[in-house]
Design a protein around this ligand. Structure first.
Ligand code: AKG
Ligand code: FE2
Length: 242
């Protein structure tokens, strides 16, 4: 991945190349504005979290119906990505799709990979609460984490932080969030991005525990296949699109 060196000091050590962690990527006001802008009528309730998709969910053939993202998902976040050179190598040179996940304490997501519908880079902005993202080495035979296996690495995502996953971290690992109320045993030897955290002192003060509150994540991606059918219906001259 090319960036304009802005992420040079943010690479998480030990994890396969590459994951980058940036604390305080957005400020408190930007966080509050985003939380207010998330529409309350777009949530889809899943068993262990709720989810919304912008501009829309992918079709069965992993195609996105081309449409702009809403302005509140573009500014300030995508503008900041540009200043880091993020997505400059991806086919559309910017993310075109955002999943918003909300987890209450005790909720999470099973170990999985994000897969081939997307260019292999995902940028995650966390809001409201910290929690640990667990990273597993992929079992190449089964394309899944061995049942009952424990994570090889843990990444603590603080509110307002950015986590970028690309390259073999995207293709050769799985990620998940455990269904616990408290992330425990957090310290320099157990948290891969410990040295990059914005506030490790509070964690030390609380005996290495993070008591979760409701956390929202915005995951930005570039969907490879985009259908221009919307533009065609609107009557653009033939031959101009696709
Ligand atoms: O909430 C997160 O940080 C991870 C979400 C995730 O893995 C996904 O939406 O694919
Ligand atoms: Fe994921």
């Amino acid at each position: 991945m090319t960036t304009n060196n802005a992420l040079d000091g943010s690479k998480i050590p030990d994890i396969p190349s590459s994951m980058f962690y940036v604390p305080d990527f957005i400020n408190h006001k930007e966080e509050a504005d985003l939380l207010k802008a998330i529409p309350s009528n777009r949530w889809i309730q899943l068993q262990h979290r709720r989810l919304q998709t912008h501009p829309s969910s992918l079709s069965k053939s992993n195609t996105l119906l081309g449409a702009p993202l809403p302005p509140w998902l573009i500014d300030p976040i995508i503008s900041k990505f540009k200043s880091f050179g993020l997505f400059s190598d991806s086919p559309h040179h910017a993310p075109n799709h955002v999943l918003i996940n909300e987890y209450n304490p005790n909720e999470g997501i099973m170990p999985h990979e994000d897969g081939a519908a997307y260019y292999p880079i995902v940028a995650t902005v966390s809001l409201s609460s910290a929690l640990c993202l667990d990273i597993y080495e992929k079992n190449h035979d089964e394309d899944q984490a061995p049942v009952g296996s424990s994570p090889k690495w843990r990444v603590l995502q603080e509110p307002r932080s950015l986590l970028v996953t690309c390259g073999s971290a995207y293709t050769d690992t799985l990620h998940g969030i455990s269904e616990v109320e408290i992330d425990e045993n957090l310290g320099p030897d157990t948290v891969a991005n410990w040295g990059l955290l914005g506030d490790s002192e509070t964690l030390v003060g609380s005996g290495g525990k993070n008591v979760r509150t409701t956390r929202i994540s915005l995951t930005y991606r570039d969907v490879l296949k985009v259908s221009k059918i919307g533009a065609r219906i609107l009557g653009r001259p033939r031959g101009q699109v696709i």
